[in-house]
Design a protein around this ligand. Structure first.
Ligand code: 13P
Length: 334
């Protein structure tokens, strides 16, 4: 029986694709020099996009890198809020997003009017906002956090009660690590939240010697099976340091590219086939080359909003200066 979706790729077509990728990678490299541009890519990007990037990292690392670069142009291979954060922190630089439609449904789950109403219900409570949020929401927040510094940022607030949004799963995870009382907004990342506990249990049964590494955007039911809970970059150091030879990974599939490349002797199994973010996969080599050529898809923020959003992001960078371990529940360098 021939399946209708079956695609037969012969040797010649594979060679053709490799030549095409090489040609486009060379073009990107030439355009980067001409434009004085740097390419930043999130750990979930396609493997070939990670390969041409100057820097690949998690949200915290990429925000830091965006403030350090001397390039005039930043091509941000990720989703909208990431490019927006780079632009907020670097108003004098041109920030380009290869595909403008690459959004983050989680970030869209909390709007500025919703946040204003929420704050009205809990007057005086500081707002800690996950970086997966819009510029207007950041502008109304006291401080931002990422998955790698959320516990540290929450503990850095004086108040005993804190409004935390938009990700309720990350919030619940932080709640399990702090004495503060978190009031959670009920947003979630569909890619992580839809992983079912049974899928992780099944993967553990199939690979009994494997350690489970999960992102804190997963539900509490999934996280209780995790040996390690980390930001995306925290997963690299965890896999490298661990004596285990096999790992069950509970985050977006793009992470496997670097995990496998950096750990050739180790095996990585994705806990669910649904660990796939369609927005992260919109960026291709062709779209990177196109924005470098045309200088279109600039991401900019209204100056008044930018200044207020920058305060929340800069407070975060200041408060988590020593954080380099990417481990979601542990203090910096722990
Ligand atoms: P990291 O900061 O861990 O890279 O997470 C980004 C993200 O959007 C996870 O879904």
């Amino acid at each position: 029986m021939v399946l209708s979706h079956q695609v037969i790729i012969d040797k010649a077509s594979v060679q053709g694709m490799m030549n095409y990728n090489n040609g486009i990678a060379e073009k990107i490299s030439r355009l980067k020099n001409e434009r004085n541009a740097v390419v930043l890519a999130h750990n979930y990007q396609r493997g070939e996009v990670q390969e041409i990037a100057d820097y690949v990292g998690d949200s915290l690392e990429l925000s830091r890198e965006a403030t350090k670069t001397h390039a005039k142009v930043i091509v941000f291979c990720g989703v909208y809020f990431m490019a927006e954060s780079a632009s907020i922190l670097n108003p004098e630089k041109t920030v380009l997003l290869p595909v403008l439609e690459a959004g983050c449904p989680l970030a869209d789950m909390l709007s500025a009017p919703q946040l204003a109403e929420w704050k009205g219900q809990y007057p005086g409570r500081p707002v800690v906002t996950y970086i997966n949020s819009s510029a207007v929401v950041k502008a109304e927040s006291d401080i931002c956090c990422t998955s790698s510094n959320a516990v540290e940022i929450v503990n850095s607030r004086e108040s005993d009660e804190i409004l935390f949004g938009p990700d309720m799963n990350l919030g619940a995870y932080v709640q399990s690590k702090t004495r503060k009382r978190l009031i959670l907004w009920r947003g979630y990342c569909a890619t992580h939240a839809w992983v079912r506990e049974e899928e992780v249990v099944k993967a553990k049964r199939e690979h009994p010697r494997a350690e489970v590494i999960a992102h804190p955007e997963c539900s509490a039911e999934v996280l209780r099976h995790a040996d390690h809970v980390c930001s995306t970059s925290g997963m690299f150091s965890t896999a490298k340091k661990s004596p285990a030879r096999e790992f069950i990974i509970v985050t977006e599939a793009g992470i496997l590219h670097r995990l496998k490349k950096e750990n050739p002797g180790k095996a990585f199994y994705l806990a669910s086939p649904r660990l796939f973010c369609p927005n992260m996969k919109l960026t291709t080599l062709a779209s990177v080359a196109r924005v470098l050529e045309t200088m279109e898809h600039k991401v900019q923020v209204d100056e008044e909003i930018r200044q207020r959003a920058a305060r929340a992001l800069e407070r975060m960078l200041q408060a988590s200066r020593g954080n380099t371990n990417g481990r979601a529940g542990e203090p910096a360098n722990g």
